[in-house]
Design a binder for this molecule. Structure first.
Ligand code: ADP
Ligand code: MG
Length: 681
């Protein structure tokens, strides 16, 4: 019955083995996958721009004739460009085709076409990068032409024709997997209508109706899959807390907690007084003081006579937390200890024994805490810091640990609320939207390597004032050394011998022994070292307020949230701090990302921007955990539908936890669950 849907695309009329190979590159092998390959947008040819009136950075369609074609230019291995000059009555524009010479070669000089794409270049030298091309006949057939995500050798026109074939082949066979009552309740159109109209819309309104249904589907299936992965949230908390007077804790602090910190603490403690276990995410930008919230919660749990654990993603960070938490909590008599992988076996055993007998009140560590053989006497609270490093898999093993502990997750990467909702579903959220008083924003600049010497001089000036700085290098693969990229160790040596000779330069990288790392970190904290050259091991949480300047090499190689984390290492004291992003990147997206970093210090803005630019792939190791890329839904924009889909998912599961009445829907959900399962095991 499902045969037509599962037909390989190769057998569609007009496809064949060679084109099937191109589809394969897009992840499309079957008719079903082809039908679910949605247009990215539509071109409305009734609404063309005149070349002279186009503006940079905007998508538009133009109608123009081909004036001149350049031959193929090979920029470097794997990258060639092909330029075509076109003109209308008002002006000229250069089309630039990257690795798509097929399309360019098919254009005839003197002929008119419609082109759709983003305008680049400037003023008199306008460009359009890799435009979509439509002949006059194609364009005038329908008012709205779909624009598809493509690969070299395919055009939107070809894809549209193949999809038309696929729709014909499957007509009458598209069984709707959405339960009828859900469709009615949420006012969604039928599947067949949606697929026909998304690909060949009658008008803009029909395309919108189709899109709404397909976005809903995507969110619903993902929500059902995630809730199946998370498993059922236990209704009974293992440990219930009683209220307590917080003034001794607050009075003991060297500073006054911010309103946002107090609120997050209040919300968390209230959660722990309920019957159900807490499952709360504390989101706060770097430097917003999340550690204090964790400390307060652990203190509260200790007052109630139970144990807590706090997990950090790296040993350096675990040691720093140990230090901070001991300072805050041991004056009350709380016993705070650490367990990491590099602890000698005998010491580990000792910690385990004391943990089991209840002689440790708060255990700090890396995810070694989750390993088998670590037993707590009465673990009531697990705090995980810097959540983005822990994925779905760790959360599952955490939930299986202990007797339904309360869970508090601290995220410094401000995950957009929509994404948090999606991944955690029933997670409660506290946002620390207030920085401790007196913080100044970090001034950030992007500079090319031609200004390298000036950047070094700027760093030296700060070191001369008794301040400290970081130089961060990306991780270099062996093969890249040949391309002139330097491993951190070599770079550190060159700096110490050259621009920073006479200064105390230290090196920190991931492959060093733990003891060595600890020593270097301690020397930097004390001020013995002035400049720390490192890979991203300092990314999270390291707190040295006297460090006020950071230089990031090959900044384009880092993700935005990673850059934001790195930059958060400076600007922790009262001094004006700086971040210098060294980059010669030409790629427009990379430049946009770095430009945004210079413009804002607000982690939420950065996260939202990154989400728009790249999709959710890189948050929380989302893709790494086998979760699908969203084909049509946009987490940043479609919040309303996301919430509806989540409500629908809950309704479906309440009605029928095993979804046996909805076999088609279950099949879709299982496909995702299986992928994720393969990543976990
Ligand atoms: P993050 O949210 O990045 O984990 P931390 O908890 O490391 O931030 O706090 C950053 C710095 O701010 C620390 O040095 C901490 O002692 C300090 N701090 C935290 N809360 C306050 C506050 N309310 N007032 C002043 N300083 C604070
Ligand atoms: Mg922190």
């Amino acid at each position: 019955m499902a045969s037509a849907m599962d037909t390989p695309v190769q057998y569609l009329k007009g496809v064949g083995p060679r084109r099937a190979e191109l589809y394969h590159k897009l992840g499309i092998d079957t008719v079903r996958q082809l039908l679910w390959h949605f247009p990215r947008s539509y071109v409305n040819f009734g609404d063309c721009a005149e070349i002279a009136s186009t503006e940079g950075d905007q998508f538009c369609s133009i109608r123009a004739a081909v004036v001149r074609k350049s031959g193929e230019q090979r920029i470097r291995k794997g990258l060639s460009i092909f330029k075509v000059l076109v003109a209308d009555d008002t002006g000229e524009l250069t089309l630039i085709f990257y690795n798509t010479k097929y399309t360019a070669e098919a254009l005839s000089i003197g002929e008119e076409y419609y082109f759709y794409g983003r305008i680049g270049g400037s003023g008199l030298r306008r460009e359009m990068n890799t435009p979509q091309v439509f002949t006059l006949a194609e364009a005038e057939r329908g008012a709205l032409s779909p624009v598809y995500p493509l690969t070299a050798g395919l055009t939107s026109r070809i894809v549209a024709a193949n999809i038309a074939q696929a729709l014909e082949l499957t007509a009458g066979e598209l069984t709707d997997f959405l339960p009828g009552e859900i469709r009615l309740e949420y006012q969604l159109c039928e599947l067949e209508f949606a697929l026909c109209q998304i690909h060949r819309p009658k008008d803009a309104a029909s395309a919108e109706i189709a899109k709404r249904r397909l976005i809903f589907d995507e969110f619903l299936i993902l929500a059902l899959a995630l809730s199946s992965i998370r498993g059922k949230r236990s209704v009974e908390a293992g440990y219930r807390m009683e209220g307590t007077d917080f003034s001794p804790f607050f009075d003991s602090l060297p500073f006054t907690p911010t309103g946002a910190q107090r609120r997050a603490i209040g919300q968390s403690c209230q959660d722990m007084r309920r019957d159900a276990p807490m499952n709360r995410l504390v989101q706060g930008d770097v430097g917003s003081g999340k550690t204090l919230v964790a400390a307060a919660c652990c203190w509260y749990v200790w007052k109630n006579g139970f144990q807590s654990a706090m997990m950090a993603p790296t040993e350096i960070l675990a040691m720093q937390h140990l230090d901070t938490l001991q300072k805050l909590l041991s004056p009350f008599g709380m016993r705070v200890e650490v367990l990491t992988a590099s602890l000698p076996a005998a010491a580990k055993r000792k910690v385990r024994e004391r943990l089991a007998s209840g002689e440790i009140d708060l255990l700090v560590g890396t995810h070694a805490i989750l390993s088998n053989g670590v037993e707590f006497r009465n673990l009531a609270l697990v705090v995980t810091d810097e959540q983005h490093r822990f994925g779905v898999a760790q959360r599952v093993s955490l939930a299986q640990k202990g007797n339904q502990p309360h869970v508090l997750v601290m995220s410094a990467t401000p995950i957009p609320r929509t994404l948090a909702l999606m991944v955690y579903g029933d997670l409660d959220l506290s946002v620390i939207d207030e920085l401790p008083p007196g913080r100044q924003p970090v001034l950030t600049y992007r500079v090319g390597s031609d200004k390298r010497e000036r950047a070094y001089a700027f760093v030296r000036k700060h070191l001369d004032m008794g301040l400290q700085g970081y130089v961060v290098c990306p991780l270099i693969e062996q093969g890249e050394v040949d391309m002139g990229l330097k491993p951190a160790a070599q770079y550190a040596e060159e700096l110490a011998a050259g621009p920073f000779s006479g200064y105390r330069v230290g090196l920190l990288h991931g492959r060093m022994k733990q003891a060595e790392k600890d020593r270097i970190m301690a020397e930097f904290k004390e001020g013995t070292l002035q400049l720390l050259v490192s890979t991203t091991v300092i990314e999270v949480g390291v707190d040295v307020p006297n460090a006020v300047i950071m230089m990031i090499e090959n900044a384009e190689r880092f993700g935005m949230s990673q850059l934001h984390q790195l930059r958060g290492r400076v600007g922790r004291g009262t001094q004006q701090s700086y971040c210098i992003l060294l980059s010669d990147a030409k790629n427009p997206e990379a430049r946009q990302r770095l430009g945004m970093m210079c413009k804002t210090g607000n982690g939420f803005e950065i996260a939202e921007f990154d989400l728009k630019l790249r999709g959710p792939g890189d948050f929380l190791g989302y893709r790494q955990h086998g979760l699908p890329q969203l084909a049509i839904a946009d987490m940043a924009k479609d919040v309303g539908l996301l919430e509806s889909a989540q409500r629908a998912a809950r309704e479906i599961l309440e009605r029928q936890p095993d979804m046996s009445g909805y076999p088609l829907l279950r099949e879709q959900v299982q496909r995702i669950v299986k992928n994720v399962g393969e990543q976990i095991n």
